[in-house]
Design a protein. Sequence first.
Length: 277
Amino acid sequence: MRKKGVLLVVALAAILGVCACGTKQKKEAVFPGLIIGGTSYTPYFYQDINGNYSGIDVDVAKEACKRAGYTPVFQMIPIEDRFVELENKKVDCLWSYLTIEGREDRYLWTNPYLYTQRVVVVHSDSTIQSLADLEEKRVGVQAGSTSEKIILKQVNPNFPKLEQLTCFRELDEVFTALRKGYVDAIIGHEGSLQTYTEEYPGEYRFLNMSLRSEVVGVAFRKEGDAGAVRRLNEAFGEMRKDGTMEKIVEKYGLDVEKNVYGGAENDQTETAKEQSE
């Protein structure tokens, strides 16, 4: 009996050893974390009612990081603090529909992964039909945005003189100002403003023009991780090639041709092309 007991223990040990080895082989690799800072900007980067991070940029970041070998760690940052947080190394990068133009030399950028149009939105019954019609009108924008810079003539010196420019911290405040009649028009990213106007069918319209065409990228500190940039660029290329980028944009109801490939039907004299001349 003693001999059989010893044999049984040895057998169990062998079985457990095999199981342990099998478990070890199935253990998934642990990827290094990439701390991603973002600003609340529907439908690109926001938190849902449960506090979960959602949006186009969040979905793109999750997929790109998976392919590049990183675990994304999202962090919400007020728009006025985003570049300070990056420089102070509180985050590894900024990734929330951040336009590259005008910041090319200040940061280490990935390749562009999406495109955007700066547009004007007014009430459907507004008399405003063109950029010139904004003269002596009240306009609302998000503070610290390129839209604000356009109006302050830092981008487009031909922008008409307004009666009043009001800057709001959050984009939903910008739209609320238009909805309540505090401003006559608002300016912002086409995709974001489309998300708001869709909740009020027929009440708002986009002017048939684009103030500025821009490209969107991920910003790292100037001395940041060049290897991470290279791996993310490779992931973006794969996602564009296999249709993943299109599917993510379609999921949120935006125009694939404009947002993924940069197509724009009605850029007028106020576009980025003329501003760069």
